[in-house]
Structure formats: C-alpha cells, structure tokens
Design a protein around this ligand. Sequence first.
Ligand SMILES: Nc1nc2c(ncn2[C@@H]2O[C@H](COP(=O)(O)OP(=O)(O)OP(=O)(O)O)[C@@H](O)[C@H]2O)c(=O)[nH]1
Ligand SMILES: [Mg+2]
Length: 302
Amino acid sequence: MLLHLRSRLLNPSFSSVLNASSRPTPTPSSLSFRASISQKPNSHYASAAKSSRPSPISEAAQFVRTVLFVPPGVDPDEVTEDMVLPGSNIVIGPYAGDAKIKEVDFVKSSNRPKDCPKDDRPEFAMLGRSNVGKSSLINFLVRKKDVALTSKKPGKTQLINHFLVNRSWYIVDLPGYGFANAPESARMDWSSFTKGYFLNRETLVSVLLLIDASVPPQKIDLDCANWLGRNNIPMTFVFTKCDKMKGGKGRRPDQNIQDFQELIRGNYRQHPPWIMTSSVTGLGRDELLLHMSQLRNYWDNE
Ligand SMILES: Nc1nc2c(ncn2[C@@H]2O[C@H](COP(=O)(O)OP(=O)(O)OP(=O)(O)O)[C@@H](O)[C@H]2O)c(=O)[nH]1
Ligand SMILES: [Mg+2]
C-alpha cells in the first residue's frame, strides 16, 4: 500500500469523482481545533523537528503524516488507500458527512472585517491571486452560475462577501491578491484589509488557498501560504483550472502541482491538505465538499 500511495501522491493525476456517501456520526473530541487542523510551519521547520524527541511511530505512519492530511479522529497507522480522496492528499475520517449543498443565500458584502456577520456559524474563506477562480469555485460548489460574480478581468471581487449555505455555514468570497494587470482602481492594500480578517475571524474553520495549476508555482502564492502557516491559520490548497492540460506558457497542471508541493514540503512536518479542481469539468467538487464537511463537523463538535 505504501509504495502505491507514495507514487500516487507524489505524481498527482486526474481521477474519477468519488461518491460522497454519508459517514458515521463523529465522536466529540477534546483536542483544540486549530491545534489539530492547522499546520504551524514555524514549529514544523526541519531544524525544530530534529531537536525534538523521536516519537516511536512506524515508518508507514511517518510517511502518512508527512505526505497526507490526516484529520482528527484518524490514526495515521490505520490509514488505507481507500480513505484518501482521489486527486488529493486528504484522508477522510469519521467527521465527514452531510456534505450536500441544499440552499445558498447571499448575506452581505463588507468593506471592513468588523462589518462581517456577527454570529457563530463556521466559515471557509476563498483566498488566492486575482483571477485564480475564487468566485468560479463558489459557483461550482453551490452549482449555480452567478451566485458569486466572476470576470476575465482581475479585481472583480473587492469586498468580503458572505454566502450562507444550508442556513448553517458560510462560504466567503474575498478580493484577490497580486493585481499585476489589474486597473489602478481595482488595486487595494491586501495586507491591512484581508490580513485583519484572517487574524481576527474566530469562526474561520479553514482558508481555501486557491492556486492556479495551469502556471508554474508563483512566489506570491508561496509567500501567502507561509504567512498563513506562520499565523497558525488552517488552510487547504485548492488547485484550480486543472482542465487546462496544455497550460499555455507553463507545464502541465499535474507537473505544476508537483513542483508546488516540492517547494513547500520542507516547511511542514505535516503536509497541508491539497486537492485538484476544475470548475469547467467538475473535477474535485464532491471531494472538496466532503473535506469541508469533516473540518466543519469537527469544528461544530469541539
Ligand atoms: N479553464 C478554466 N477557467 C477557469 C476556471 N475557474 C475560473 N476560470 C476562469 O478564470 C477567470 C477568473 O475567474 P474568477 O472566478 O472571476 O476569478 P477570481 O479569483 O474570483 O478573481 P477576482 O475576483 O478578480 O479576484 C474567469 O474567466 C473564469 O471563467 C477553471 O477551473 N478552468
Ligand atoms: Mg472574484
């Protein structure tokens, strides 16, 4: 199982969509949510890892921990291949379930983090370079064409937009960063605006950090991932545009994804969750919703 898994994860390929079936009821845990879901690169740098006492875990469990995302409630020694979502490194555990989207309502746009909805529903924030496909991913997840506004021009989304799903959790569309080609009017100070949201939003379950798989790894995305990690903000890498097999200037999406993983691998003792998607072909939709359900259900039970 190890060898097969190793080659599958180190060489991402396009796989079929998993049937998101319902899962057993989760068992509440006393573990702290952020502590167990987040990746904390600061404390996970290789040097820090070397100085800590060796833990008596098996080679298989060690491999699983460094490459796979093992959610709360799963013993790394008991992970089997069928627990890993296709097109991802995500292990599905006992908290996954109730992943279907039945209804979605736009709630509000806020231009300051403190104007965001004030309730305790869990939320997921879409973050990524301008034009990476954040708004498209929201429409793709909720299976509606125009819930979130999309555009070929970068800088379309300029406010923090809250969408309420099944009246119980939020998806948040955020302005993109890295407006290299955006009109002057669309530029903004991402550092003070969006960073304030990340640092203060207590109901944020995870950031979905979107990375364009049709281009080679970009420094700004790596910097963003490291900033989130240093600030202990849980994240999932969502690779977008995986349908663009010819990839224009760049290499094929699977090669770009592999290069991105290699660039960040050294920073994390436990690899953050990642998943391949395409809002054109539907790749990864059910898998991403299932992953979000396990993070959310764990958060709800904490
Ligand atoms: N081929 C392909 N194109 C995509 C995909 N996702 C988004 N796009 C296209 O990429 C462009 C930008 O999409 P948006 O969803 O508006 O991007 P955004 O990240 O919300 O952009 P900002 O709001 O400007 O930050 C649009 O032309 C989309 O049609 C995808 O999976 N595959
Ligand atoms: Mg947008």
